[in-house]
Every structure is written in C-alpha cells, then in structure tokens.
Ligand binder design. Structure first.
Ligand code: COA
Length: 172
C-alpha cells in the first residue's frame, strides 16, 4: 500500500453473507420495518416451512450491528425453479445511502453464481425497477393468497431466465 492509500473506514457499512448469529437481529430489524402484519402477507406463505438460500442471503453491518437484510428462498413457478427475494429491510436511520440496492445486487449476483435463472419478488416497481426488476414477464405468475399482481416483479439472471413463468408460485 502506498503512503497515500486510504484504509477502509470501520465506520462504513459492509454487506456480507448472513450468518446464523445474525438471525435474531434480522428478525428484529424486519419486525420494525414491516410491523406486526408482516406474517399475514402472501409472501410469507412462500417462506414459512421453506429454507432460505444461505449463500444468497445478506446482511449489512455497521460496526458489527445488523442495519440491513435481504433473504432469498427457493420457489417454483409452474415447473420453473426461481429464487424469491424478501424481506428486504434497512434500518430507518440508515436509509437512502444505497444499502437497499447494494443488498439486492449482492443477493442477485450470488443467485446468478449459484445457477438460478431468475429472481422474483413482490414489491414496488419504482424502487426495484432501478435494479433491473419488471412486471411484464411475470404477469401470469400467481401469488398464493391475496396479492396485487402488478407488484409481482422479476429479474432475469441469464438470457430468457424470466420467460415462461406461468402458473402458481409455490414452494418447490
Ligand atoms: C425499501 C428499503 C429497503 C430501501 O432501503 P434504502 O437503503 O433506503 O435503499 P436505497 O438507498 O437503495 O434507495 C433509497 C431510495 O429509494 C427510495 N425508495 C424507498 N422505498 C421506495 C419505494 N417503496 N418506492 C419507490 N422508491 C422508494 C427512497 O426514497 C430513496 O430515494 P432517493 O435515492 O431519491 O433518496 C427501506 O426503505 C426499507 O427498509 N423500507 C421498509 C421495508 C420495505 O418496504 N421493504 C421493501 C419491500 S419488499
């Protein structure tokens, strides 16, 4: 390192793969971000009884404290395996610094490396559109339970990875 190089600051957040010791803090963060109604969401039907993709789920840490989280889950649309993203949450005091986007990008990159062809989620297109998600390719993929179909979004990780996603979205 040259004398003018700057060492990484310990006061900057880092995004790393979630480890078991982060799980409790992730639950607290997500509870705070979504409130008590979070378990009633249709997305939750794709998580309960499912096992998250450990290598594709990330936390943002600031000085060892969990300030952001994203998880991916294996699901099937029709016959096609797809990674389902959520919840995504960033501590209210740490928002608008790009952490949400960094977490989504880390999860999608890891999913691509792991061989997944597409990532699916239920969320706001104005936000997730910035990181490559769109609604049209999954207009015929149906969430379990009540959901606004227009909020079902997908991002292809390989050419054509978002094609042919037709039918119920379910745990595989
Ligand atoms: C959504 C969330 C994860 C974004 O985290 P973040 O670290 O602030 O994200 P980024 O820094 O990448 O992006 C922030 C920008 O997105 C915008 N944004 C946040 N949520 C948005 C939404 N639902 N729709 C449109 N824009 C949104 C912010 O206003 C901000 O805009 P700016 O860049 O003009 O200031 C965070 O707001 C959060 O935890 N919200 C509560 C939980 C939630 O809604 N999760 C997503 C649903 S799956």
């Amino acid at each position: 390192m040259s004398s003018s190089a700057v060492a990484p600051s310990p006061h900057l957040p880092v995004v790393i793969v979630e480890r078991p010791e982060h799980a409790r803090a992730v639950e607290v963060l997500v509870d705070r971000a979504f409130g008590p109604g979070r378990f009633a969401k249709s997305s939750e039907r794709l998580r309960e009884g499912n096992h998250k993709l450990d290598d594709c789920s990330f936390v943002a840490l600031l000085e060892g404290r969990v300030i952001g989280s994203v998880r991916l889950w294996p699901v099937v649309v029709g016959d096609a395996p797809v990674a389902f993203l959520g919840p995504l949450a960033v501590d209210a005091d740490e928002r608008s610094h790009g952490l949400g986007q960094a977490l989504v990008e880390a999860a999608c990159d890891a999913a691509a490396k792991a061989g997944w062809r597409a990532v699916l989620l239920v969320g706001d297109a104005p936000y997730f559109g910035r990181v490559g998600f769109s609604a049209a390719p999954v207009s015929q993929a149906v969430m379990p339970g009540p959901a606004d179909q227009r909020r079902v979004l997908v991002k292809a990780l390989v050419d054509g990875g978002d094609a042919g996603l037709v039918g119920p979205i379910r745990i595989g």
